[in-house]
Design a protein around this ligand. Sequence first.
Ligand code: DI6
Ligand code: FE
Length: 404
Amino acid sequence: MTTLWHNATLATMADGAPGGIIERGALLVDRDRLGWVGPIGELPRELRLAATQEIDVGGALVTPGLIDCHTHLVYGGERAREFEMRLQGSSYEEIARAGGGIRATVAATRATDDDRLQALASGRLRTMMAEGVTTIEIKSGYGLTRNDEARMLRVARRLADSHAVGVRTTYLAAHALAPEYEDRGEDYVEAVCAWLAQLHAEGLVDAVDAFCDNIGFSLAQTRRVFEAACALRLPVKLHAEQFSNQGGAALAARFGALSCDHLEHLDAAGVRAMAAAGCVAVLLPGAYYFLRQTQLPPVRELRAAGVPIAIATDHNPGSSPVLSPLLMLNMACVLFGLTPWEALRGATAHAARALGLGSTHGVLATGKRADFVVWDAAHPSELAYYIGRNACRRRVHGGVEGKS
Ligand code: DI6
Ligand code: FE
């Protein structure tokens, strides 16, 4: 069955689209692929005749499905009390050093069974999908034992089976030092590398990440994790320069990282290294906002160097309890100075690249996946403009329209 979606204002997000918008656009959906994309007047007659169904969207904006390329969606518990402490003046770093922070969520996650973890994450995922998310990345990193990391990744994989959404899993055991390894950071990193091989053999890992910072892992420890990933031919990405400049982005670039994420403290050498390696900069305005950070990521420098910028929610219970990708578009513009167009590109085409899906996802073009959203909007800027208005009218994943 082929379906012709027409009378659309198409923001294809593909390179070279004139002004980026195609008026009176059409999408021909052939199973899970886009069979043809362009202005309806140019649609070859035989293709139109072959369509078994036509859907007129009445001039509405159609974009690629949103891609949330950085989340920690699977976890137990919440950290609202910690939020209160921060409002009273404690810093995120202080709370982490005092054994709260990530470690509090590790304890809660270990104490939550698989079905409950799945149900909690499913609720969060549905909220994201309702705003037009068709692909999401989910990290481990709240288990910190071989079995608990495996549980998180299995739950992430199961979410893809039970929801109309694509899931990419990222192994982030190097998120915090497991309590069992207190003062034995090197031993922990060795264990992280050993578990990686086992979990990869189970088919649970699409990419490998680490938290390289003064409250996370050192540059040398991060390198060990990356070497283990490379030996398994797994792509890497990095939580880099969030609270301090460790040179993590330059290291990640040397390993051909898909992305470096956060980057508030990125310096000029890091920007150059990322540009040379074609590494995507994933900016996370939700965490910047929620932690009341003041150091802005170097957006102008990234732009000038031609580094692709992606935007994600970083959904997690500590630094970014955000379930709204549309709000992230707004914050990327208001806080980080992106244009609405750049922000949308950041949540579609560039987010796809950050997940290694750049050749199939994130743009509307012939041959790409049929993942798209019909919005109650006439122009892409509206998506970044409203706060708290969910303009997602119809969501199509792999050619199939559905809720969740
Ligand atoms: N940086 C972050 O913002 C998240 N992880 C990281 O390395 C926060 C995770 C948490 O606080 O639970
Ligand atoms: Fe994160």
